[in-house]
Design a protein around this ligand. Structure first.
Ligand code: BG6
Length: 498
C-alpha cells in the first residue's frame, strides 16, 4: 500500500480524549491506519480532556483500550511504542483559555520540529454540550481561520431538533467555512453502505430498473440486539428517532434513492442526496399515527438470557416515555419514486443485529405458468446486507430440477468475506482518513442535516404532545410492537426478515 502523496504532516486534536468514543473507535482506527502505513511520518495526536493524565498514563490507558476494542486484536510492542510516541495530552476544561494557549504553543512547537506548517484536524468527540464552547475557543485562539490547513470533525448528535441543529450550524459557520466542517455519520463509512454507490452506478444492469416501474417498495432495517448499554443517560434524552433515523437510516435511504451523480465530487454526491431529502413527502401532524410507530422494550429474553426492560436500565427514568423502536413509512415525491413506499425500522433489543436494505421488485406482469407450477412463487428481490455478514443477495425464480415444471425462488449470494477473505475496515478508519485527506463525500453538509431534521419535525412534535400510555409495548427479543407489522399489513405487505 503506498502512502498517498498528498498526505501532509498532520496533527489531530481529540477533544473528549478520555471518553468512550476515543477509546473504542477513534484511537483503534488511528492505530490501524498507522500500522497499515496510511499516516505520515510527521503526524501527532493531542488528547484534550478534563480528566487528568500524564503523557505516559494517557498512552498506557489507550493501549489497554486498543487491545480490548481493536478488531485487529492485541497490539504488539514494537508497533504500539512507535504509534504511542506520536501522542501527547493536554488536560483542561473546554472553556479554559489557558488550555487553548497550551494547545497553540504545542502546535507551533510541532511545526518548528517538522520545519513546516502541518494540517490540523480538531475532532470534537465530546458530548454535544461541549461543541459550542470548543468551536468558539478554537476561533478565539486563532485556530479556525485557515481553510487550507484546518478541519473540524463533529460527532453526532448534531442538534436535537431543527432549531438546535440550525443554531449549531450558524455558530460553526461564523468560525469555519463549510468546506472545513466534517459532520460524522459513521454509517457512511461502512464498506457496504459505500458499496451502494458502486452497486448502483458502476453497473449497467440495475439502474434501468431502479424506479417505480419495477420496484414495489423498499425496506431499510437497522436492528440491534443490544439495549442502551452504558449510555442510558444520553439515550433517554434522545430515543431511536433522533439517535438512528435522523442520521443513519435517512442517509441509507438517500443512497438508495438518489439520482446518478455526474461525478464523484463530494458536493455533487451531497447535492444528489439532499435532493432526496427535499423530495420526501412531509407527514402532516394529523397523519403521524398512520405513518409512524414507536415502541419501548420491556423485559424479555435474548439468546437464552433474561434481559431488563428499558425503564430498568441504568441512567433511564423509571417512567421514561422515550422510544427504543421506530417504524416509519416515507414517500418520495419525484418521477423516479412516486408511490413507492420506503419502510424504515430500527430498534434496540430486537432478536438479531441486522442492518439491511431490501429492494422488493414488482411481480411479473403476466403469469404464464400454470398455478401448479408456481406454488412458492416470489417476486425478485435484492437485499443489501450492511451487517453483520456484508454482502448482496439477488432472489430470482428458477426451474426446480425434475421432470415436471416447478418454479421456485433461489438466491445468488455475494459476500465480502468469501470474495475478499480479508477483514473489512472499520468505518472510522475510512472517515478519519477521508477527513485528513479533505474528502467530504462521506460527511454531512449543513443543509443535509437540516433537511433530515425537517422531515422529523412533525413526528417529534406529535410524539412530544401525546404521552404514550402503552409503553413498554414490545418484549425484548421480539421484532418490535404489533403496530409495526400492521403498518405494512395495511398496505398488503410484510417485513422481510432474511
Ligand atoms: C450509534 C447510535 O450512532 O449507532 C447507537 O448512537 C447505535 O445507539 C449505533 O447502537 C449502532 O452502530 P453500529 O455500527 O453498531 O450499527
Amino acid at each position: 500500500m503506498t502512502l498517498p502523496s498528498h498526505l501532509k504532516p498532520m496533527v489531530i486534536v481529540i477533544f473528549g480524549a478520555s471518553g468512550d468514543l476515543t477509546e473504542r473507535k477513534i484511537v483503534p482506527a488511528l492505530y490501524n491506519l498507522f500500522v497499515d502505513k496510511w499516516l505520515s511520518e510527521c503526524f501527532a495526536v493531542i488528547g484534550f480532556a478534563r480528566t487528568h493524565f500524564t503523557e505516559t498514563s494517557f498512552r498506557q490507558h489507550l493501549r489497554k483500550k486498543v487491545d480490548r476494542f481493536s478488531l485487529r486484536g492485541k497490539t504488539n510492542d514494537r508497533d504500539w511504542h512507535d504509534f504511542a510516541s506520536h501522542f501527547s495530552y493536554i488536560s483542561g476544561h473546554y472553556d479554559d483559555s489557558a488550555a487553548y494557549t497550551a494547545l497553540v504553543n504545542h502546535l507551533s512547537k510541532l511545526d518548528k520540529t517538522w520545519h513546516t506548517y502541518a494540517n490540523h484536524t480538531f475532532y470534537l468527540a465530546t458530548p454535544p454540550e461541549g461543541f459550542e464552547a470548543i468551536a468558539k475557543n478554537l476561533g478565539k485562539a486563532g485556530l479556525s481561520h485557515d481553510p487550507q490547513r484546518t478541519r473540524i470533525i463533529i460527532e453526532k448528535p448534531f442538534g436535537r431538533d431543527l432549531v438546535s441543529a440550525h443554531g449549531l450550524n450558524q455558530i460553526l459557520s461564523s468560525l469555519f467555512q463549510e468546506s472545513q466542517i466534517y459532520r460524522i455519520d459513521h454509517y457512511l463509512g461502512k464498506e457496504t453502505v459505500q458499496n451502494i454507490l458502486a452497486f448502483r452506478f458502476a453497473n449497467a444492469l440495475f439502474e434501468p430498473i431502479w424506479d417505480r416501474r419495477y420496484i414495489d417498495h423498499i425496506q431499510i432495517t437497522v436492528a440491534e440486539e443490544v439495549g442502551v448499554e452504558h449510555r442510558g443517560g444520553y439515550y433517554d434524552q434522545s430515543g431511536a428517532l433522533r439517535d438512528m433515523i435522523q442520521n443513519h437510516l435517512l442517509q441509507i435511504l438517500c443512497l438508495i434513492a438518489m439520482e446518478p451523480p455526474v461525478s464523484f465530487n463530494d458536493n455533487e454526491i451531497r447535492n444528489k442526496k439532499v435532493d432526496v431529502l427535499h423530495a420526501i413527502r412531509p407527514i402532516p401532524k394529523d397523519q403521524v399515527h398512520r405513518f409512524t410507530v414507536r415502541g419501548q422494550y420491556g423485559a424479555g429474553c435474548l439468546q437464552g438470557l433474561r434481559v431488563l426492560g428499558y425503564r430498568e436500565e441504568t441512567g433511564v427514568d423509571p417512567d421514561s416515555i422515550t422510544e427504543t423502536f421506530v417504524a416509519l413509512k416515507l414517500l418520495v415525491d419525484n418521477w423516479r419514486w412516486q408511490d413507492v413506499p420506503f419502510y424504515l425500522r430500527t430498534g434496540k433489543r430486537l432478536p438479531a443485529k441486522v442492518s439491511e436494505v431490501s429492494i422488493q421488485f414488482r411481480p411479473v406482469p403476466h403469469q404464464s405458468f400454470p398455478s401448479t407450477s408456481v406454488k412458492d412463487w416470489q417476486a425478485n428481490r435484492i437485499v443489501i446486507h450492511i451487517q453483520p455478514e456484508e454482502g448482496i443477495n439477488l432472489r430470482f425464480q428458477i426451474k426446480q430440477p425434475g421432470l415436471i415444471m416447478l418454479v421456485r425462488p433461489a438466491d445468488m449470494r455475494f459476500t465480502y468475506r468469501e470474495a475478499f477473505r480479508k477483514p473489512i475496515h472499520e468505518a472510522y478508519e475510512t472517515l478519519l482518513l477521508d477527513a485528513m485527506l479533505g474528502d467530504a463525500t462521506l460527511f454531512m453538509r449543513d443543509d443535509q442535516v437540516e433537511a433530515a431534521w425537517s422531515i422529523l419535525v412533525p413526528i417529534l412534535e406529535v410524539w412530544e404532545s401525546i404521552v404514550p400510555d402503552h409503553f413498554p409495548n414490545y418484549e425484548a427479543g421480539t421484532w418490535g410492537p404489533e403496530e409495526a407489522k400492521q403498518l405494512l399489513e395495511r398496505d398488503g405487505r410484510h417485513w422481510i426478515t432474511t
